[in-house]
Design a protein around this ligand. Structure first.
Ligand code: AP5
Ligand code: MG
Ligand code: ZN
Length: 213
C-alpha cells in the first residue's frame, strides 16, 4: 500500500502516519523528520533546510524531491510506504507521479486530514516531538506515559523550533497557497479521501483504518 498523508501543519499527519506504518509494517517517510535528523547531525542538507524551516517556508523542490525518490527506492519500501509532508507542492506531486509511472506504479490513496486553522495554533503550542523516532505528543491531548520521554523509543521529547505562533501562522499561509491545491490534484487522480481531523486521535485513527481496509 502506498499512502500519502495530506493536511495543514499540525493536522495530525505524523500522528496517524506512525500508526499506519506500525500496523502495516511499512516505512513512515516524513520529509520534515528527515530534515530535522539531518540538522541534528549537522549535514549540509540539514543546514540548508534549516534556513527555510525556521522561517516557515518550504525547502526548494529540487532538494526535497531527490531525497524522497532515493528513499522510496530503498528495499524496505518495496511493499509500500506512507508519505507524510510530501508532496507539498504541485511540482513535487508531478515528480512523484512521474517517478512511479516509470516503474509501472502509482500511489494508492491520499488521505486528507482536515482541520481548520483555528484549531491548529493551540495544538502546536502543546506539541512535543521525539528526537529519536519523530513521534509526536501533546501535553494535554496526547501525553506520553512518562513526562518528557518517548513511549516508542525512550528518547527525549522537545519543542520544535518552528512551533512558535508567528512561524505557525506563516506555515499555515504557505500551506494554503502551495499545498492545498494538492487536494484537487489527487481528487483528479481519483484517490483522495478526507477524514475529520478535529476528532480525538483514536477516532481519527479509526476513520483512517476504515479507509485502508
Ligand atoms: P513538517 O515536519 O512536515 O511539518 P508540518 O507539515 O508543518 O506538519 P507538522 O509535523 O507540524 O504536523 P502534523 O500534521 O505531522 O501533526 P502532528 O501529528 O505532529 O515540515 C516542517 C518543515 O519542513 C516545513 O515547514 C518545511 O520548511 C520543511 N518541509 C517538510 N517537507 C517539505 C516538503 N515536502 N517540501 C518542502 N519543504 C518541506 O500533530 C500536531 C499536534 O497535535 C501534536 O501535538 C499531536 O499530538 C496533536 N494531535 C494530533 N492529532 C490530534 C487530534 N486528533 N486531536 C488533538 N490533538 C492531536
Ligand atoms: Mg509531522
Ligand atoms: Zn521516539
Amino acid at each position: 500500500m502506498k499512502i500519502i498523508m495530506l493536511g495543514a501543519p499540525g493536522a495530525g499527519k505524523g500522528t496517524q502516519a506512525k500508526k499506519i506504518a506500525d500496523k502495516f509494517n511499512i516505512p513512515h517517510i516524513s520529509t520534515g523528520d528527515i530534515f530535522r535528523a539531518n540538522l541534528k547531525e549537522g549535514t549540509e542538507l540539514g543546514l540548508k533546510a534549516k534556513e527555510y524551516m525556521d522561517k516557515g517556508e518550504l525547502v526548494p523542490d529540487g532538494l526535497t524531491c531527490d531525497l524522497v525518490m532515493d528513499r522510496i527506492a530503498k528495499d524496505d519500501a518495496k511493499n509500500g510506504f506512507v508519505l507524510d509532508g510530501f508532496p507539498r507542492t504541485i511540482p513535487q506531486a508531478e515528480a512523484l507521479t512521474e517517478a512511479l509511472k516509470k516503474i509501472g506504479q502509482a500511489m494508492d490513496i491520499a488521505i486528507n486530514v482536515d482541520v481548520p486553522d483555528e484549531n491548529i495554533v493551540e495544538r502546536m503550542g502543546g506539541r512535543r516531538a521525539c528526537v529519536g523516532c519523530g513521534a509526536t505528543y501533546h501535553v494535554v491531548t496526547v501525553p506520553p506515559k512518562t513526562e518528557g520521554k518517548c513511549d516508542r523509543c525512550g528518547a527525549e521529547l522537545i519543542l520544535r523550533d518552528d512551533d512558535k505562533p508567528e512561524t505557525v501562522k506563516k506555515r499555515l499561509a504557505v500551506y494554503h497557497e502551495q499545498t492545498q491545491p494538492l487536494i484537487d490534484y489527487y481528487e483528479g487522480q481519483g484517490i483522495l479521501k478526507t477524514v475529520d481531523g478535529t476528532l480525538p486521535p483514536e477516532s481519527v485513527e479509526e476513520a483512517v483504518f476504515a479507509l485502508l481496509k
